[in-house]
Ligand binder design. Structure first.
Ligand code: PEP
Ligand code: MG
Length: 559
């Protein structure tokens, strides 16, 4: 048995024979033509043919995966119609006398180079370049009179390739595809999205080991864990059968809960939202039927980079989350970064205790240019959905005053530049320091909502560094202090008619769900995999059984 690992983009178990997809090797020669008008006619004919194909692909995709995911083929149509793209090829033919095929290839090269230089957001750019290549490959096929390659499958297969173009994925005969595995690709590529929407187990980024030597071997794909088992032994097969049954039961539960309210048996409702760390988590959040995004940690835009993310990159990312959530609330937290992130470009001094040092909102307020770039991108994205902005590590009302001043400055700039944004974007603060708890009656008068960050609140309240290896052993296991703090925060918030969410890990512990409901917490934001258990627990509770609830509260709050 051989194991190959990659990144899971849609969870499932798929069994079948490995089939490797090869694209035709295409040879393009560079030639000079005399009859440029004839070459232009050839090019125009190919463009028409491609437009017709894209129309068909769009209709097929709408029928199979819905309007949203099918839009990729409309984007391809827009590329095909793009005046710069078209005029580049036409001018290479007319002015430089190049043959049409070479003009296409040269244009793709020029566009890719230009886009790579334009932005530092490599993932976004590589997806857009892949789209241009996909459209251009179609043009070349028509210019060379080649038929579209159809990947014929005659048994259940694990379909593998370097990467798939969106149109190749949509053309696959789904009834024979047990799973899709690729050597490269990104979790946000349209291929991955299409695979998810069609419910096909999918693993990407497996690397060079996924090659033709594996052709026709038996394989089980466990895309819950991102593992391909090639020629699996009996024990593995049994384990995976069991896993499939367990996951199947979870899916059943999801089907039963999908679209239902999170409401207790006696009618108390609570929002259940998702915590996500980057765009690749959106799909998982949606799959678990979240009520929105309760926390997007925006740090992913900064980490692993050599410079600050520019406004366009941030705008693209925020807009993407908002549009994907289709009007459901999306809480985006401004960056929470300190010297412990190891990011040289921030120029942090070394600190002995970065967790309680110059980090997060402190950096944003001390270096408003960094902060204002993020605020501009957020406000610009606000028109695409129900955005709420969350500010971390607050310890003082003066910080909120300053944040509001900067927000107003940014708004004034946008108005002057005629750029649209929503005037009333709700703002909230993370209650994650004891200071914020103690000031929560005042903070509640300044903002529109509170999110309680129990991860940091536990560490700062109990004075135990959250990454200390003995954290579990030395923390009080009934969370008494933090639960009492949550009570204070809820009381202060509700006295000023604002909502309270919990977005730290404690919110996902079902043993406390009843306590949170009884404290009138308005929402819980948890990692996507915790959404279902929480929703199941909420629907099983009956808060009208006061004696039971009182005992539970007394036990947990020691009151
Ligand atoms: C928290 O502190 O509880 C929180 C939600 O933020 P993070 O875990 O990112 O610090
Ligand atoms: Mg925190």
């Amino acid at each position: 048995m051989q194991k190959l690992m990659g990144t899971a983009v849609y969870g499932g178990i798929g069994r079948g024979k490995i089939k490797i997809f090869h694209r035709d090797e295409v040879v393009i020669s560079r030639a000079k033509v005399v009859d440029t008008l004839r070459e232009l006619r050839k090019f125009a004919y190919a463009r028409n043919e491609v437009a017709e194909e894209l129309k068909q692909l769009y209709e097929q995709a709408v029928a199979e995966v819905g309007e949203d995911e099918a839009q990729i083929f409309q984007i391809h149509q827009m590329i095909l119609d793009d005046s710069q793209y078209v005029s580049s090829m036409e001018s290479l033919i007319l002015k430089d006398h190049y043959n049409a095929e070479y003009s296409v290839v040269k244009t793709v090269k020029m566009f890719s180079k230009m886009m790579e230089e334009m932005s530092s957001e490599s993932q976004y750019i590589s997806e857009r370049i892949a789209d241009i290549r996909d459209v251009s490959a179609r043009l070349l096929r028509h210019l060379q009179n080649r038929d579209e390659k159809v990947f014929k499958l005659d048994e259940m297969s694990i379909v593998c390739a370097d990467d798939f173009l969106p149109s190749e994925t949509i053309r696959l005969d789904k009834s024979k595809v047990a799973a899709i595995c690729t050597s490269y690709g990104s979790a946000n590529s349209h291929t991955a999205i299409l695979a998810r929407t069609r419910g096909i187990p999918c693993i990407i980024g497996i690397g060079e080991e996924l090659n033709e030597e594996l052709e026709n071997l038996d394989c089980i794909v466990d895309s819950y864990s991102g593992i391909m088992y090639i020629q699996p032994d009996n024990e593995t097969t049994k384990l995976l059968d069991h896993k499939e049954a367990v996951e199947g039961r979870k899916r059943e539960l999801l089907t039963r809960l999908r679209g239902r309210k999170n409401i207790t048996r006696d009618g108390r409702e609570i929002e259940v939202l998702a915590n996500i760390c980057d765009l690749s988590d959106i799909e998982n959040a949606k799959e678990n039927d979240c009520g929105g995004i309760g926390l997007l940690r925006s740090e992913y835009l900064y980490t692993g980079k050599t410079d600050f993310p520019d406004e366009e990159v941030q705008f693209y990312n925020y807009r993407r989350v908002l549009t994907e959530m289709h009007g459901k609330p999306v809480v985006i937290r401004t960056m929470d970064i300190g010297a412990d992130a190891g990011l040289d470009y921030f120029g942090f001094e070394n600190e002995k205790n970065p967790a309680i040092g110059f980090r997060s909102i402190r950096v944003c307020l001390a270096r408003p240019q960094i902060f204002k770039t993020q605020l501009r991108a957020l406000l610009r994205a606000s028109v695409y959905g129900d955005l709420r902005i969350l500010f971390p590590m607050i310890i003082d009302t003066a910080e909120v005053d300053r944040i509001k001043e900067l927000l107003n400055e940014v708004k004034a700039e946008l108005i002057q530049e005629n750029i649209k944004f929503k005037e009333k974007v709700p703002i909230g603060v993370l209650i994650e320091t004891p200071a914020a708890v103690m000031l929560s009656d005042l903070l509640a008068q300044q903002v529109d909502f509170f999110a309680i960050g129990t991860n940091d609140l536990e560490q700062y309240a109990n004075a135990i560094y959250r990454h200390n290896p003995h954290f579990e052993k030395i923390s009080p296991d009934d969370h008494i202090c933090v639960l009492r703090m949550i009570k204070t925060v809820c009381d202060n918030a509700h006295a000023h008619n604002i909502k309270v969410y919990i977005c730290g890990e404690l919110g996902a512990e079902t043993a406390y769900t009843e306590v949170f409901l009884d404290l009138h917490v308005d929402g819980l934001s948890v990692t996507p995999s915790n959404i279902l258990p929480i929703r199941k627990t909420i629907r099983s509770l009956n808060l009208s059984d006061r004696r039971q609830v009182r005992q539970n509260i007394q036990k947990h709050l020691r009151c």
